[in-house]
Write a protein that binds this ligand. Sequence first.
Ligand code: ATP
Ligand code: MG
Length: 475
Amino acid sequence: MSDATAKKEERRKFQAIRGTRDLLPPETALWNHVEQTAHEVFSTFGYGEIRLPIFESTELFARAVGGETDIVSKEMYTFPDLFDLAEIIGRMRDVTIELGIDPGNEAKWQEKGHGVAKKVLEESTVTLRPEATASVCRAYIEHNMQQLPQPVKLYYMGPMFRRERPQKGRYRQFYQIGAEILGGTDAPGIDAEVIEMLMTFFDKVGLQGATLYINSIGHNADNCRRGYVAQLKAALEKVKDKLGPDSQRRIDTNPLRVLDSKIESEQAIIAMLPHIADHLCDECKTHYAAVKRQLELRGVLYQENWRLVRGLDYYMRTTFEITAPGLGSQNAVCGGGRYDGLVELLGGPPTKGIGFAIGEDRLILSLQESGKGKAQQGRDVYIAWMGERAYAAAVHAAKDLRKAGFSVELPPVEQKFGKALGQADKLGAKYALILGDNEVSEGLWTLKTLSTGEQAKFPEPDLLEFLSQQKNVSS
Ligand code: ATP
Ligand code: MG
């Protein structure tokens, strides 16, 4: 490396990785508000929080999310997680024994060693979670939650990772708030209540213009979805040459996903395709009708969208999506649905399941676009002090005010009052508490209301009372 290059390297400015971002104050106050509201609303519906690992075995996601999905086929952050040589050797020994190879048999080892190493590598491969439903189901099985009173109602929040093309509302590290109901029945009241909870949350957090879309995708049987998919496939074959390459490919791999297409020229063709509602079996039809009735009972407004599908076999019956304004083409803030086969697919007992995931980044964007996101982060009180004795009084005042719940800025070094007041203004403080030697010896403290310039003098105990009263008036 030349000296010049080395120097340049040294001065290299680090930036957050593409698709990741820092969330900064004051915006983080809005994030906290959204998350706090979720904690509150979900707990009124009897949900408990589950905190999950950020990474899991790759196989879990491959199985739960599905190998043909975009997520598993190209978006996952995956790496082998082996600690050191000793761990590698230890695992190789275990696998060798597992495969019934005699480690002392040199010829056998020559023949099978490659396969052993491959298996060790595969089994030790982990993935940053692209979603959390798989982990919740894994935890349900691992902790024998089927022995608890059913259904088990859990929610989570936190970062997810997908290697996607970054754009507005689409990041590589993004945040979801989600919930799952596992076990018990698939009574339509469960589907309706989980949606009611979601809409209550969106309402409480101040999201305007949210639209709920629902659909039923039946279940995976010949007299229901499988029959429909066969008809859909046949219909698609007839119009194949009018479709783009992605949709053409999906006719074979996953025909339902064609309905997802956003490509303008395909819309008129898709509109002519058969609807799943006309192919549901009697039980699924009854279930869907009951979910809609139950939503009406709860005063939840919905629109039906026959094109709302999920590409995986274990998804069934109720599917839903919520869109919000101000997000351009990334306007889905929540997706959800019923997945009765998933826990079993992961090695657990047959278990009913339904859940949703909210895209928190998009929810926040929509709140900000509608002007709801103006988080105030000014201080209540800025303490302008001068002189050693005043500083001691200021430290105590700060302590008392903070204890009473006020946000207080106490500058660490002395500054002239003019400069201090300017600083208080810049920080958006409501009040400046002025403490000089005079104030301290008189025992009367000056409080300046920064918006009006009004000043008043208070003995110390009255000051707290005055501020508390003002706070009650304004809140
Ligand atoms: P989309 O069709 O927008 O890619 P998706 O079907 O991949 O969404 P889900 O896996 O159902 O999304 O996740 C639920 C929600 O998570 C989405 O509705 C969206 O709000 C949010 N979400 C998904 N991927 C991202 C991402 N890369 N960045 C930000 N939010 C995301
Ligand atoms: Mg996606």
